[in-house]
Write a protein that binds this ligand. Structure first.
Ligand SMILES: [Zn+2]
Length: 347
């Protein structure tokens, strides 16, 4: 089927004549009528929302959401745009959903960032994976550029956004830009946690990678804003969101552990290198010391030899011939002198 024919089929299936909003969000139901509709066990999980533009009703199934989030989703789905200017809970639910979606996006990004920390960028496996990822992204982009459904989606989205903008302007004129200043101020006051603080006094503080930590803090900030909005809507925080914040801290500890391991590996290598250098130095000292001792012994030996020679020369020079009995010398004196010089008695 050529492109024009496919586009016209999608246009036809996407409900020509219905309002842009319905066409945008229901086009997949129209595109594939045979697709089995989810059947929740509890019919209370099916809620009916009304299209604000044309009044058509639409059913939403909440069973796919974590139990404690269903109340927020229900509030979001059943509130009109005008409700978000007149009802603080509706305003909170609308903002909550946008923070919730952004937080989930950030969570995926951070999780893959942390996984990549352990991939040495030089390893052939990592390079292969990066290449495959790029290839896939290129293919996806090319497919999207040609896909008639994507074109239709973009066209409808543009129309819906322009329409929504006009409606927001009208409602702002009626209720003011900031209908719930107190809650807005509370939301603005929420600060991101400082996970860098957890390791700032440690010797490995500089080895803790910056980027995943920064993104984790951003993710945690989004969850903390959800906390504020859940309190405003339901009076309490869901276990889901509390768990997400705890998980951010757990992942922060994981990033810190990575930094610590990197630091310790480097320190280990440095210590080994130092020990090797020390051993080399000691060996050199030992060899030098041995050479010095040998030289000293040699010098001492030479000195002793010289001294002996000098003594002999002195004795010979000062007292003449040893072997003859000197005048006035008794026989026993002569024998003793002979013995001292030759180490034996004269014959
Ligand atoms: Zn509609």
């Amino acid at each position: 089927m050529n492109y024009a024919a496919r586009l016209s089929k999608i246009e036809r299936l996407a409900g020509k004549g219905a309002c842009q909003l319905c066409r945008l969000f229901k086009r997949h139901i129209w595109l594939d009528r045979a697709k089995p509709q989810p059947k929740p066990e509890d019919s209370a999980l099916i809620i009916t929302a009304r299209c604000e533009m044309c009044g058509a009703t639409e059913k939403h199934d909440l069973s796919g959401y974590p139990t404690d989030l269903r109340e927020m989703m229900r509030l979001y789905c059943t509130s009109t745009l005008e409700d978000t200017y007149t009802n603080q809970r509706a305003w909170a639910a609308q903002h909550w959903l946008s923070y919730w979606l952004a937080a989930r996006l950030e969570q995926r990004k951070v999780t893959s960032e942390i996984r990549n920390l352990y991939d040495s960028p030089q390893s052939p496996h990592a390079q292969q994976r990066a290449y495959a990822r790029q290839q896939k992204a290129r293919e996806r982009e090319q497919a999207l550029a040609k896909d008639p459904d994507v074109k239709l989606y973009n066209k409808l989205m543009g129309e819906v956004q322009a329409l929504n903008e006009r409606r927001h302007k009208r409602l702002e004129r009626q209720y003011g830009e900031n209908p719930f200043p107190e809650l807005k101020a509370r939301l603005d006051a929420v600060q991101s946690p400082d996970y860098r603080d957890l390791s700032k006094d440690e010797p490995y503080a500089h080895d803790v990678p910056f980027s995943p930590m920064y993104d984790l803090e951003r993710e945690a900030l989004l969850w903390l804003k959800c906390v504020e909005l859940e309190k405003a809507t339901m009076g309490d925080v869901t276990a889901h969101t509390t768990g997400k914040i705890a998980d951010c801290e757990r992942r922060a500890q994981e990033v810190i552990a990575f930094g610590r391991a990197k630091y310790e590996a480097r320190e280990d290598k440095r210590r080994q290198e130092e020990a090797r250098r020390q051993a080399e130095l000691e060996e050199r000292r030992r060899v030098e010391e041995e050479a010095r001792q040998r030289a000293e012994e040699e010098a001492a030996r030479k000195r002793a030899e010289e001294e002996r020679t000098n003594f002999i020369l002195r004795t010979l020079g000062g007292q003449g011939n040893h072997d003859e009995r000197r005048p006035g010398e008794s026989f026993s004196e002569y024998r003793m002198r002979y013995y001292r010089t030759h180490g034996r008695w004269p014959s």
